[in-house]
Write a new protein. Structure first.
Length: 202
């Protein structure tokens, strides 16, 4: 399957092949967009989750293409908003000009696998305290706290963020291998449960 995460990657590949520039997606989107952007000589930036956050950062870095991993494509040459029809048209144009099948096109991009999970929060849980304790468990990782907590390991990443609509922490993990992505997510879920217990005991 091509997968929703790779819709933006393919469209960005097409746009950047015509026009050099920068790209933006949110912190929960695949690393493949960064790889494609760097390949074309541009710079990639990550925003907080949400279309308005992606658009704001796109304007700041003068991005030529952006969007979110759910398949949402934002093309500023048209307008600053997700546009499914523009995404379809650009994807099909890329497919036609490349003279590749969908499978062949997908095979030109790096393989990443994502694991999406969630943990239910009890009332009154101090999420900031939980994230602070999680950071201490991974002193050699890189952290981004623009939206929850994103932890970048050497080959994998995990993004922890609270939902705006439900009392949960969403856990998105990505790696080169499906089993690794699952294991990273499970490890962080175990960490969160242990830390929640520690916070409750204090």
């Amino acid at each position: 399957m091509f997968g929703e995460e790779y819709t933006l990657v393919a469209v960005a590949d097409y746009i950047l092949g015509l026009q050099k520039g920068n790209t933006v997606s949110n912190l929960s989107s695949t690393r493949a967009l960064k790889d494609i952007t760097v390949k074309h000589g541009g710079e990639y930036s990550a925003s907080a989750v949400g279309e308005v956050n992606v658009v704001t950062l796109m304007k700041e870095v003068n991005a030529v293409i952006g969007g979110e991993g759910n398949g949402g494509v934002i093309v500023p040459a048209l307008h600053y908003g997700r546009d499914a029809l523009a995404g379809i048209a650009l994807f099909l144009s890329h497919l036609a000009i490349s003279k590749k099948s969908v499978k062949q096109l997908r095979n030109t991009y790096p393989d990443y696998f994502m694991s999406k999970n969630k943990i239910t929060l009890e009332d009154g849980v101090d999420v900031k305290a939980i994230f602070a304790k999680i950071k201490k468990r991974y002193p050699h990782a890189k952290f981004n706290e623009v939206d929850g907590l994103k932890i970048d390991f050497e080959n994998d990443w995990v993004h922890l963020r609270t939902s705006n609509t439900e009392p949960i922490i969403r856990i998105y993990a990505e790696s080169n291998f499906e089993t690794t992505a699952t294991n990273v997510a499970l490890r962080l879920m175990k960490d969160i449960k242990e830390v929640m217990q520690e916070v409750e005991e204090v």
